[in-house]
Design a binder for this molecule. Sequence first.
Ligand SMILES: [Zn+2]
Ligand SMILES: [Zn+2]
Length: 542
Amino acid sequence: MEKQAVRVVLEQIAASLALKGDNPFRIRAFENAARAIAGYPGDLAEALRTGALAEVEGVGKGTLEIVRELLSRGRSSVLDELREEVPPGLVDMLKIPGLGVQKVRQIHEHLRIATLAELEVAARDGRLAAIPRFGAKTAENVLKGIAFLKRSTEFRLFHHALAEATSVQQALATLPGVARVEIAGSVRRRREVIRDLDFVVVHAGSGTRETLVRQLGEVPGAPVDVVLATPDDLGLAWVRATGAAAHWEELRARGLDVAGRFPDEESVYRALGLAWIPPELREGAGECDAAAAGTLPRLIEARDVKGFVHCHSNYSDGTATIAEWAEAANGAGYEWIGLSDHSQSAPFAMGLRPDAIGRQHAEIDRVNAEVPGIRVLKGVESDILADGRLDYDPATLDRFDFVIGSIHSRFGLDQTEMTKRVLTAMDDPHLAILGHPTGRLLLSREPYPLDLEAVFRKAAERGIAIEVNADPHRLDLDWRLVRRARALGVRFSIGPDAHSVAGMANMEFGLGIARKGWLEATDVWNTLSADDFLDAARRRLP
Ligand SMILES: [Zn+2]
Ligand SMILES: [Zn+2]
């Protein structure tokens, strides 16, 4: 369980206590704890084990106990008990801008409602506006707030959905009569956010979909959709349950015989004269035409990847030492990695001071001499300052093997200013990679306004790579834009943006997005040898 999930639980506890009218100091303590946990730079499980978490300001004994419980069994008994007294729907209502504790209590008392769905109805039919001092304006704002909340609560991040889908798959596989279970739907297509989990189940007995779903029992999390298939029509069922609606319609328009016998997916596409289409591409965005013309990309695969850049060590806000990074990447089969700690002005203030650069580089040299089989490159994730300058002087930037430039502050600039800022940074010959180029945080922060066409054109012109940031909260650049940038000749770097060696696993999510963006191995710097990567990172075209 991650920090953000722990934060949400602590916030829900605070909100439930507030709705109950509990002691304000106790409420404040949980709010502070939520902030402290969310901002804690290290690994939670490790900090709990070593006792470091107990030292963090704002984290008291009660919070430690909650964190321990969440990490070990994924639930909090404190929150579970509060939910008996305070309907969770009321806590959800607090997230609507303009609805504080007093208003939510009034709603509960006057209208006897306890869910967002009921609140939406009441806001539409005039009951909400009729509560003393509410009025039509409040009702209107509530409707707007619900629309926003719906999107962020109906959808979940890909990595959470994948974990849920995998456990549901395992549960389905143990049910009587089940011969095979396959994940389908948007999880299989590797969308960045997911609403439902879809499965195709081959059932040997006489079971129906309804009995299967009943046997599965209640599944926490996303809605589950199961399609039953026989070995004879598994291929057809799987294609149908995987593709976006537009993909399926396209197959139908090409004359797909839905009564045919299709034991595997290849046979479905073959019947239409098409090559098998990788699931990531089945969005109804030209993939069938490409399959018909024989121009489908040979998508990048994990085995094409030789190395990656964009990870943080304990020289900035990462937890691992350089030697730990080298060992872990070596163990995972990479040939090279590029460390990129934050630069001096990083607002979270743990960036590399110029005097630490020499020490870090000496340590990297030592590790390179001691750990065989892996090469550690010396990089930096330099802030792009508000005026577009990189965060060190040219002589300091010269000391690094490669420079990633990223924006971490002043997100509020308008599109003209933001575009100028990024294009100015791209004029600096040190800049090799533009990190998390739109700044979006999935389901929580919109991208900043940026003329991406201009950025892509300049990147292609100058030989600067655009990052596919593989942190599942970012997945930035978006796959739809990856495809556009590729068409303009841009190259890419898949970066895990890892702050611990466990974060190396992000690479899988970045690869999924690269594939969704139609990228081939040759489009991506990660497939180069270390020397060729360094050449690409240093070669700037005028
Ligand atoms: Zn960053
Ligand atoms: Zn980073």
